[in-house]
Every structure is written in structure tokens, then in C-alpha cells.
Design a protein around this ligand. Structure first.
Ligand code: PLP
Length: 455
């Protein structure tokens, strides 16, 4: 529907550029749904009355089986954008030359590990390659256990760190898992999440309040006498839409954890790798250096790829607990994907685009907030923004139903968005980092149109 001049300029003919035959007859969408639901275990949570059947993508745009275009504002795994021909060619070359079990020696794994270690702060020079963020978090927890010889891990309430056994245990997001608090194992110690917008402490004194909450939990662990293994957190409060942590929070918490011999894990799966625009790593915002970094999502531009970066002595401690092996983690193709993503990020200066287009987008959304009281706040930075909808700016009553309706209306008008947060009243805005300014405008103009319809 929005085949305006801007759109046809932005994506003149993805099929031609990608060499794909877009003219081939498109499968009927009901038929695709039926086929998918027959054998596919469990489709993800569906937020749409009529989910589109996506068939191909180009930069920040997706196209359904009927050729209809959508602006993809949520796809944080595809940082380069969809259908990148340089990446496709590099994968094809490596695939036809070699892809193998990671037990063998080949040079590309050393090249990629060196590049990741060079991106990390000094001293974090040892890299494990895995296939997903959940695996990276599980491995980080095992490293903290092995290094400290203890089990207790602190994690933030309402966080999400993955679906595997350990990463799920430290994910106490009630929206993702309503039983999270009752079913968590006894080594997980959730602490009050430092949400400075709707949490217990806001404004002046928020840092002290949230740090004191962590100190209380640590004191309870001290009283048990079995010690602390580590602390895991995103360096930006991600689940609620990219709310920055209160100033100095991580510095103080890291100091308390380290004083007890625990390790500090920064989960950068979502916020790291340039998405914040102003910083490459989320923890840079808080002026801290973690002991272990977990990454995934964007580093593979959608291919299964994750990593843990840590110090050599922490990595070596794993030998005492067991051993690490991943059949496909660090395979030649994965490493080529990872290196090509970094090359393209550099040549296209994507972090700068995240900063500049992100700042522009945030300013436009804030202006929208001046006109529509339903917009409670615009959180975040770079291309990691959160738009929080409330019924009342004083009580902050979450506008959950309205958010779902707006999301569906946006889809009708060609924008893919998704509600998130524990009240499902936040749009977490995390498009590919190549987002063009025209696309940012299209998003805000479309949102403005929807909000003008009477919310
Ligand atoms: N950590 C964070 C902060 C995440 O947002 C996610 C995924 O959403 C994960 C870990 C898990 O990553 P994956 O889905 O690749 O297993």
C-alpha cells in the first residue's frame, strides 16, 4: 500500500538486486499457515490479528507473499538489514570451500576471535563461540560457578536472558514466564529491577535505593554462608524498553559483587554491538568493565551465532568444572558471517547511523509525546528506543489494550512493531542499524496518523 516515491526509491526492486524471482507465484497465506502449524512445534507469541506471511527482505523492509512492503522496526537480529548481498556472497564462498565441526583447526576461527577480543575492553581477551544468546548466558553462568566455586547468582527482576535451563532461571520476566518467581532454582537471587520510570525509586535517590536493595539481597546470601558466584544484568534495562540504569548503579553493584569474589556478567546480547549508537557496548554508559560479556543476535545478522568474552584465567577455570564443546559454535561459516558483519558495520558506519538516525527518531517521538498524552515516555538511545503508553501520566497505568490495538493498526499501514515489557505497554524500537531517515519519518508519520485516530 505505501508504494510512495520514497519507497520505490528505497527499495527499487529487491528481487532484481538479490537475484530472486519475485515474479514466481506467491503461495497463499492460509496455506502457508496451515502447513507451518502442522509440524512446527510452537509458533512464537502472536500479537497480530492477521500475521503477515513474510517472504523476503531488503534493508529495513520486509515483503509478504503478496509483495506488500512493511517497515521492520523490531528486528534486532538483523543489524545490517535484510538481504545483504555482500554477506550472502561471503557465506556462499566459505560454504562451498569448508564448513565443519568446530573440533578441527582452521584459521578463520582465530581471525574472528581476535577481532572480537580487540573490540572488548583490555584484559577480556578470550573468546568462546556458541550459537545463541541463551547458550552464551548459560556458559557465562557456568564460568562464574567454576571460577568462584560457588553457585549463587544475582539477577534483575523482570529481565530476560534466554530460554535454556540456566538462562531461563535468571530470567524473572513475569510477562515471559508468569511462574518465574515460584519455579526459580535456589541459586537464583532476583533483585529489584532498577526501573527509573515506573519502579520503586525514581528521580533523585534512585541509585541509592536500588543499590541498597542489592546490598540487602547480598546480605541474605552472606547470612546463608554459601557465598556469591556472580551478578548478571543487561547494562540498559532492556525488557522495559531501553531505560538507562540509574547513574553509578553498576559501579556500586560490581564493587559489592567483586568484594565477595563474584564475577560480573554483562549481557550485551541486545544492547551491545553498536545499537546504542553513542556507545559500542551498553556497559560503557555506566563506566564499568565486566568480567564476562555475552553477545549474540546482531553479531550474526540473524544467523545462529553467539559468544562469551572473558579473561583467560576465568576461561581456564572451566577446566575444573567440566569442559566446553559446541559442534557448530565457531564453525567456519559462522566465523565468516561474524567477520563480514563487522566489515560491513565498519564500511557502512552503522554505529554512526544508529546514533544520528536514533537521535533524530527519538526527538520526533518526543515531539509526538507532547501532543498525545497516551505517550507516557520515550526511553533509550541510538536505535534502541522504548515508547511507553500509559492511560494516566500520574498513576502510569499501563495502556496495554491500546498498545495491542495500535500495534495491529500499524501493521495495517505497513509497520511491524511489537508490544513488550511486563505490562505489554511498551514498543521496543530496534530496527536494523541501516535505518534510513526517510524510514524513521515514515514510522513516526504513520504512528501519528494512528494516534490521531482517537486514542
Ligand atoms: N539475553 C538477552 C538480553 C536477550 O534479549 C535474549 C533474547 O532475546 C537472549 C539473551 C537470548 O538470546 P537467544 O534468543 O539468541 O537465545
Amino acid at each position: 500500500p505505501h508504494q510512495s516515491a520514497v519507497w520505490s526509491q528505497l527499495c527499487p526492486s529487491p528481487s532484481r538486486l538479490l537475484g530472486i524471482g519475485i515474479d514466481a507465484p506467491a503461495p497463499q497465506s492460509e496455506a502457508v499457515l496451515k502447513r507451518r502449524n502442522k509440524s512446527f512445534a510452537k509458533p512464537q507469541k502472536n500479537y497480530y490479528a492477521a500475521p503477515p506471511q513474510i517472504e523476503r527482505g531488503w534493508k529495513e523492509h520486509l515483503f509478504d507473499v503478496t509483495g506488500r512492503a512493511y517497515l521492520d522496526m523490531v528486528n534486532n537480529v538483523s543489524i545490517l538489514g535484510h538481504g545483504n548481498p555482500t554477506l550472502a556472497a561471503a557465506v556462499g564462498r566459505q560454504w562451498s570451500m569448508l564448513n565443519t565441526n568446530s573440533r578441527f583447526h582452521y584459521s578463520v576461527v582465530a581471525d574472528f576471535s581476535d577481532r572480537l577480543a580487540a573490540l572488548a575492553p583490555e584484559g577480556l581477551d578470550t573468546v568462546f563461540l556458541v550459537n545463541s544468546g541463551s547458550e552464551a548466558v548459560d556458559l557465562a553462568i557456568r564460568l562464574a560457578w567454576a571460577h568462584s566455586g560457588r553457585r549463587n547468582i544475582l539477577s534483575l527482576l523482570e529481565a530476560y536472558h534466554g530460554w535454556t535451563v540456566a538462562s531461563d532461571a535468571v530470567s524473572t520476566s513475569l510477562a515471559d514466564n508468569p511462574q518465574a518467581l515460584e519455579t526459580r532454582p535456589d541459586w537464583v537471587h532476583p533483585v529489584l529491577s532498577p526501573n527509573t520510570y515506573r519502579g520503586k525509586f525514581r528521580g533523585a535517590g534512585a541509585t541509592e535505593g536500588y543499590v541498597a536493595a542489592v546490598a540487602e539481597t547480598i546480605a541474605a546470601i552472606d547470612a546463608r554462608g554459601d557465598g556469591l558466584a556472580g551478578f548478571i544484568a543487561e547494562s540498559v534495562y532492556g525488557n522495559a524498553g531501553g531505560i538507562p540504569l540509574p547513574p553509578g548503579y553498576l559501579q556500586q553493584v560490581y564493587a559489592m559483587v567483586r568484594a565477595r569474589g563474584g564475577l560480573c556478567i554483562a549481557d550485551e546480547v541486545q544492547v551491545g554491538y553498536g545499537r546504542l549508537g553513542h556507545h559500542f557496548w551498553g556497559f560503557d554508559q555506566q563506566g564499568v568493565v565486566p568480567d564476562i560479556i555475552t553477545i549474540a543476535k546482531g553479531m550474526g545478522n540473524g544467523q545462529p551465532l553467539g559468544a562469551v568474552i572473558t579473561r583467560r584465567e576465568v576461561a581456564d577455570s572451566l577446566e575444573r568444572e567440566g569442559y566446553f564443546f559446541s559442534s557448530a559454535g565457531g564453525s567456519p561459516v559462522s566465523c565468516i558471517v561474524g567477520m563480514t558483519v563487522l566489515d560491513i558495520m565498519q564500511t557502512e558506519d552503522l554505529q554512526r547511523n544508529a546514533r544520528e538516525t536514533g537521535d533524530y527518531l527519538k526527538a520526533r517521538l518526543e515531539a509526538l509525546g507532547q501532543r498525545f498524552p497516551l505517550v507516557g515516555a520515550v526511553h533509550g538511545m541510538g536505535l534502541y528506543l522504548g515508547l511507553e503508553f500509559v492511560r494516566d501520566r500520574e498513576t502510569l497505568e499501563p495502556a496495554t489494550e491500546e498498545t495491542a490495538a495500535i500495534c495491529n493498526r500499524l501493521l495495517d499501514l505497513g509497520v511491524i512493531m511489537q508490544p513488550t515489557g511486563d505490562h505489554l505497554n511498551v514498543f521496543k524500537i530496534k530496527p536494523p542499524l541501516c535505518l534510513a531517515r526517510e524510514s524513521a519519518d515514515f514510522f513516526v508519520d504513520t504512528l501519528e496518523k494512528v494516534l490521531s485516530e482517537g486514542w
